[in-house]
Design a protein around this ligand. Structure first.
Ligand code: GTP
Ligand code: MG
Length: 332
């Protein structure tokens, strides 16, 4: 026979520990309370000693050593994966969210398996909005000042009109910002596309009738606050209830923003019922951890396009998933 000792705050808990290790195949040898030295108040701990047969004792203690080793190895692998991804801007919260999904010890048993599991989950967290331009559509770009709305509209206009042969019109409200009208109308002129500029939301309905035959209307929202955009959208929806246009609202976010700013901007625009986000200025950073954190935290919003430069029309990416993953994995 061999003796084994268990300690716990109460005798019941000590007994429970012995039971969970040996089942009922043990005999209680002794039980006592031990005073904890150096404790401020009188504190006790309970200690029980049990006896078990040699074979069971050896088997259970071997299992315990193996389990302890396994636990240590898993902790080391998790810490190392956290370091790798933290270093690339992925937050501890995002990684822990992914690790919580793991339901097999196999993945945690090797650092390589854990890292490839996390990359796969990052891959899954990038939701892509497929380009579907069937029927009549209005695509509206919204976002903070200077994020790249007008430049992206010009790139999309070229893609849709020259690449896909859609009959398109560009629309903007230009009374809010000096030069905005010229910027978009220059692009429109160069591409031979209809450009309509209005001074107020009220003018919108009369102008819309004049572009009714177009397949696609791209709306720039230069300098308009989200609340005015909401008014504009309601007006557009009202006017268009008799037409056959579907409206898609895209929020532009800069890849150079930190995660907290991406989330704040998204929150302040989200009441607009956003269909997708477009990340701009990917050429200005090699670190897209903030984008990945954003996509992990907002799994319901897909990405439609990426903008990676100032050059119109070429700097637009449609294969969003591949570009983001390549860029992220390239830094690993
Ligand atoms: N590096 C880089 N610059 C960009 C990108 N997209 C736009 N820009 C530049 O960013 C600046 C602002 O772009 P705009 O398209 O005018 O931005 P906007 O959102 O229309 O700005 P407002 O109308 O003032 O709200 C310009 O200098 C663009 O050339 C991009 O993907 N990469
Ligand atoms: Mg603009």
């Amino acid at each position: 026979m061999r003796h084994d000792m268990f300690t716990a705050p109460t005798p019941e808990e000590a007994y429970f520990k012995a039971k969970s290790k040996y089942g009922f195949a043990f005999r209680l040898v002794s039980a006592r309370q031990i005073i904890i030295e150096n404790s401020k108040e009188e504190e006790y701990i309970c200690e029980i000693v049990v006896s078990v047969n040699e074979e069971l004792y050896n088997q259970k203690n071997r299992e315990q050593i193996i389990n302890n080793d396994k636990e240590i190895e898993q902790k080391v692998n998790i810490k190392s994966a956290l370091d790798i991804f933290n270093h690339r801007g992925i937050s501890k919260k995002s990684i822990e969210k992914i690790i919580d999904k793991i339901d097999s010890d196999e993945i945690l048993s090797s650092r390589e398996k854990l890292v490839s599991f996390i990359i796969n989950e990052i891959h899954n967290s990038i939701k892509v909005k497929e380009e579907n331009l069937d029927g009549k559509n209005i695509i509206m770009l919204v976002g903070t000042t200077g994020v790249g709305k007008t430049t992206t509209i010009a790139k999309l206009a070229s893609r849709y009109s020259q690449g896909m042969k859609k009959h398109i019109a560009l629309f903007n409200l230009d009374n809010y910002k000096v030069g905005a009208k010229e910027q978009l109308s220059n692009y429109a002129h160069n591409m031979g596309i209809t450009h309509i500029s209005i001074d107020s939301l009220d003018e919108f309905s009369s102008k819309l009738d004049s572009i009714e035959e177009h397949d696609l209307i791209l709306v720039d929202t230069t300098g308009i606050s989200p609340f005015d955009i909401d008014k504009l959208l309601k007006k557009v929806e009202y006017i268009l209830s008799s037409h056959k246009y579907k409206i898609y609202t895209n929020l532009l976010l800069s890849a150079t923003s930190k995660y907290e700013d991406l989330q704040d901007i998204y929150n302040s625009f989200s009441f607009l019922d956003l269909d997708s986000v477009i990340f701009t200025k990917l050429d200005e950073t090699n670190h897209i951890g903030s984008i990945i954190n954003f996509l992990i935290d907002n799994p319901n919003i897909p990405v439609s396009y990426l903008s990676n430069g100032q050059s119109v029309p070429k700097d637009i990416i449609v294969d969003v998933k591949k570009y983001l993953l390549d860029k992220f994995v390239g830094t690993l």
